[in-house]
Design a protein around this ligand. Sequence first.
Ligand code: DP6
Length: 361
Amino acid sequence: MRIHPVEASEIFNALPDIGQVTVASPSNIALVKYWGKRPIQLPENPSVSFTLDACRTVTTLSYKKIATPSDQIDFEVLFDGVSKAAFKPKIAKFLERIKEYVPWITAFRFTIDTRNTFPHSSGIASSASGMSALALCLMQLERSVLGKMNEVAFQQKVSYLARLGSGSACRSTLGPMMVWGRHDQLEGSTDQFAVKYPLTIHEVFKSYHDTILLIDKGEKQVSSTVGHDLMHGHPFASQRFEQAHANMNRLITIFAEGDLDGFIEVVESEALTLHAMMMTSLPYFILMKPHTLTVINKVWSYRKTTGAKLCFTLDAGANVHLLYPENEREEIMKFIQSELTQYCQNGHYICDKVGLGAKIV
Ligand code: DP6
């Protein structure tokens, strides 16, 4: 499958002189994890995620045509209304990478004004929500000029561009679940962009909750990019990639049948495997903190005594995502508040749930 660049001649003359577009795009939480990639931003295994709802980046892209476009992309970045030079290199790299697909971007001076609905220093990855928001802003501008893209092709290109900003960002564009990476049983799945999970999803998963315990809000010692890189030459890499395919296979039945015990087993195993890969890389590293393990053990004993369908997953950090169905929300929230939030930094946690993806505001 190929994403075609828009022809420059097709669009340049029709570009507006000035305008702006605002998008709100959510974060997502992977159930089968993406860990390991090959150039450029292609995953070594398929992954699937719940799209979230409350954790969002809201980005306003303002654009103004420049008199004599050059090859350079002219932009500034504001975060919470204040100029943020520190964000520029990552966005500059993103814009350079996508330029061949959206060549018209050199005709503008952009202001990218962005804010998160979750605290920036929460240890919640903002790259997925941030890059998907920017990708949709740009595609909305392209569509407003071309006015003829079909919805499927449009969504594919949004996700394709987002992927070039951050791999997991391509899974934030739609909901309630997205798949990224080729898998035999999932028609339409591809390494190039994420698609809505194409098979049956039992109702129970469409209103799932994710309460995120902010165990450690500090900057990670090892970035995801470095972690992905350490999967090259990793002694367990090929077994891990095979396992991801097998876990995806298992989830297909689990999602269709609403099998919550099966879900718990696959999701927790994926989370621990992700961290096992980090611990067995060279150099090795650990992103979990003592409180991460305390919470995991408490979840396990609570589940054993009550039979509650509560499980955890982790991303590349110490925070714990607690996943559970809507019909158990009240009981489980009582447990979280009385037994677990004491392990959060400053008692902070975020209540999120499954959502439907990026939206133009
Ligand atoms: C552990 O998408 O942050 O969250 O592609 O280098 O930007 P880059 O990495 P990133 O990796 C996320 C890894 C993960 C698992 C996942 O979301 O699937």
